[in-house]
Design a protein around this ligand. Sequence first.
Ligand code: PMP
Length: 302
Amino acid sequence: MEYAYFDGRFIPITDAVISVKNKTFNYGLGALEGIRGYWNQEDQNLYLFRLEDHFQRLLNSCKVLFITIPYTVKELCEITVELMKKNNVKRDIYIRPIAFINLPSLRPNLYKTEYGLTIFIEEVGYVEKPTVNAMISSWLRIDNSTIPPTVKSIAGYLNSALAYSQAVAQGQDEAIFVTREGNISEASTNNIFIVKQGDIITPPLSDSILEGITRNTIMQIAKQVNGHNVKVRSIPKSEIYFAEEVFMTGTAVEVLPVSAIDKRQIGNGNSGPITSMLQKKYLQIVRGEDKKYESFLTAVYP
Ligand code: PMP
């Protein structure tokens, strides 16, 4: 039987349901996370990647949204490890925590209401292709004066969904947002990096991005892979078309090379050398094959 954590208890996933009256369902009020677990066959262990960082981001999101769930990062990590054990997980998985609200009133109030927390398991199976074709979306990225993009809010995903759905409708694999100023922000659910004359460049927080944990991991390993620090600076929209390499990063897609944007081929249309090196290193780290980065991993089994 598969279990979910739901409001303080481990219960069968089929019983983890919310009412149609729930205002997270009605209005999209809440915060979420997305975490990966990687099964290491040799070690016979499940490694949860940067678990504490994901839960710290969840608590930060909750703080901005006025949601006060009564858990510390440590408790959230312990609950998640317990959930993995209860489900005897021995494969790659995706973990979805959601902080939601149980608001009786019709008013969209987040302040001092009743909150709930659930954590459940999703299957991975997200990336269909080794490289993707992307388009610049006609939808602009949400910004800090509307829906804060640095917060992983449920409602913020409407912006992602509009852009991603537009891309799918136009036969593309991914959508890239620009800001109101015309700078590259991020993809629908991934951060963006470009490579230019050997420099690895990624947009700053002020260009309306989610501060991705994969983005941060890549920034930490880039120096080791190509000997340079990642440059954090705005990327004007036109610059991305003539980048030597473009790749996306995210918990689900890991490191995903981009082969074309708006029908302009990037590099030779395949994964570039720096992207491939970073991807290789990232995949070793998350699976626990590079013990230098062990501190990123939470081992589920003793
Ligand atoms: N941007 C958005 C909008 C996202 O939804 C995600 C996925 N969480 C990311 C970037 C990548 O973040 P992370 O590397 O932490 O998964």
